[in-house]
Ligand binder design. Structure first.
Ligand SMILES: Cc1cc2nc3c(=O)[nH]c(=O)nc-3n(C[C@H](O)[C@H](O)[C@H](O)COP(=O)(O)O)c2cc1C
Length: 226
């Protein structure tokens, strides 16, 4: 009889212990679980990891003309090209010259060049380009440079921006001019890209006053975070 009582008491204690263990396990909040904490932290760290320079690949695409140009005479390197190379010196990245497939732009007369530019603009032309950017998708930041042509950009630059998917990328515009200033970003606002503040630099300053041009370029790059 005594033995039976002992067994039932032990069985009862065992049951109580088992039920308590299951109850406590089910009530333990996951935040008390060290493994769960470690997993969560890792995930957050991955998400908020600051983008390092190796994460951002830069392309500097530009359109620029040589030959007879306003205020600088017969130039061997275009004004916008000069600025593009200054930018590359500071931020790195790859240079890409936007060239038309059939180059009929006069180099012997500035006036004739302005006429061709005007005619392209009036026709809303989209001149075919000579080459494509390889692995465009791998670039995260694209500088786009152009001379001011009749208050806007050369039509070949429209061909360029309409040829690629800029969604999620950062565009940094720059232009050279001879009086009307930065000619804006028409056509770039609707590309789904983040558009940074552009700069306009006098062409003759880019060409003939390089130290001054460099100062302007570096101050602008600093202002926009490069
Ligand atoms: C077709 C054409 C149109 C131009 N229109 C303007 C203009 O509207 N406003 C301006 O300030 N400069 C104008 N310019 C001057 C250029 O913007 C300037 O010379 C520029 O620096 C040239 O750059 P590039 O050598 O890179 O081609 C024009 C030049 C050309 C050839």
């Amino acid at each position: 009889m005594k033995l039976k009582l002992l067994f039932s008491t032990l069985a009862f204690i065992g049951m109580v212990l088992l039920v308590s263990i299951f109850y406590l396990k089910s009530k333990t909040p996951s935040s008390f679980n060290a493994k769960a904490i470690a997993k969560k932290t890792t995930k957050v760290q991955e998400k908020s990891k600051p983008s390092s320079s190796s994460d951002s690949k830069i392309l500097i695409a530009y359109f620029s003309r040589i030959g007879q140009q306003y205020a600088v005479g017969n130039i061997k390197e275009g004004n916008t090209a000069v600025i593009a190379k200054m930018i590359q010196q500071k931020v790195g990245g790859d240079l890409f010259e936007i060239k038309v497939a059939k180059d009929n732009y006069p180099t012997d007369s500035y006036t004739k060049l302005t006429e061709v530019g005007k005619s392209e603009q009036e026709k809303k032309a989209r001149p075919k380009l000579a080459s494509k950017v390889e692995n465009f998708d791998s670039y995260t930041t694209i500088f786009i440079g152009y001379p001011t042509w009749w208050g806007d950009k050369p039509m070949a630059v429209y061909t360029f921006i309409e040829s690629y998917n800029f969604k999620g990328k950062t565009i940094v515009p720059f232009s050279t001019h001879e009086g009307t200033g930065f000619c804006g970003t028409r056509g770039m606002e609707s590309l789904g890209a983040k558009l940074l503040k552009g700069i306009g630099i006098y062409g003759h300053v880019a060409q003939n006053e390089r130290a001054e041009a460099k100062k302007l370029v570096l101050a602008w790059l600093k202002e926009i975070g490069f």
